[in-house]
Design a binder for this molecule. Structure first.
Ligand SMILES: [Zn+2]
Length: 210
């Protein structure tokens, strides 16, 4: 009996193939190492089937039922997005961010009531990302009708974010619109989405002319 077990163990991979596959998929996610990937996989294996099904459905619908707002390029399930079509927002201000999750961070602190524009990236010559690869043309189109009086450059305080802010400043300056940049309270290298609420509040309240 013991001998037979040994043979079976040698013939089998360390985990059943579906388990191995899910561990690998979790492991590809940001912030999830091999140990966490294993923990999540075995947790789901033990969880009620409805829970795993709800997770699978949520994973699929996040891809299938969302798109980008045709005005601000935030991720939305309706176009224009909630912020763009709200009559509670100040339409004379546009806050420019790199990623949709930056909007979440800024909305969380509830002190900004203007509109947004998501670039979907930052200019990075080392990674081959130029001005045409982010939503700058669409931004410039939005600024043409004269309804915007202030643009807040809220790109990350990183090398790429600063380069992008400088580029946009050059591009927008001739339009005579007030251009501000988030205050220096954010440590260099941080990404907006990870900044704490107090720092982020200070950064937006203390924004300065670019
Ligand atoms: Zn929008």
């Amino acid at each position: 009996m013991a001998k037979e077990k040994t043979i079976i163990n040698q013939a089998l991979p360390p985990a059943a193939e579906p388990i191995h596959k899910l561990i690998q998929e979790f492991n590809k996610l940001p912030g999830i190492g091999p140990k966490s990937a294993q923990r999540l996989t075995y947790y789901l294996l033990r969880a009620p089937e409805e829970q795993t099904k709800a997770l699978a459905d949520a994973l699929l619908s996040v891809k299938q039922e969302t798109r980008l707002c045709s005005t601000c390029f935030n991720v939305t399930d309706s176009d224009p997005c909630l912020i763009c079509r709200s009559d509670q927002r100040d339409r004379s201000q546009i806050c420019i961010v790199e990623q949709p999750q930056d909007i979440l961070a800024l909305e969380h602190i509830r002190i900004y009531h203007g509109l947004y524009h998501v670039l979907h990236g930052a200019i990075s010559p080392t990674e081959g990302v130029g001005a045409d690869d982010i939503r700058t043309k669409e931004l410039m189109n939005r600024l043409q009708d004269g309804s915007v009086s202030e643009v807040i450059l809220a790109t990350n305080p990183t090398l790429e974010g600063e380069q992008t802010a400088m580029y946009l400043n050059k591009l927008i300056s001739p339009l005579g619109i007030r251009i501000t940049r988030l205050a220096r309270g954010l440590p260099f290298g941080t990404e907006l989405e990870y900044a704490d609420d107090v720092t982020l509040t200070r950064a937006i309240e203390g924004r300065q002319e670019f």
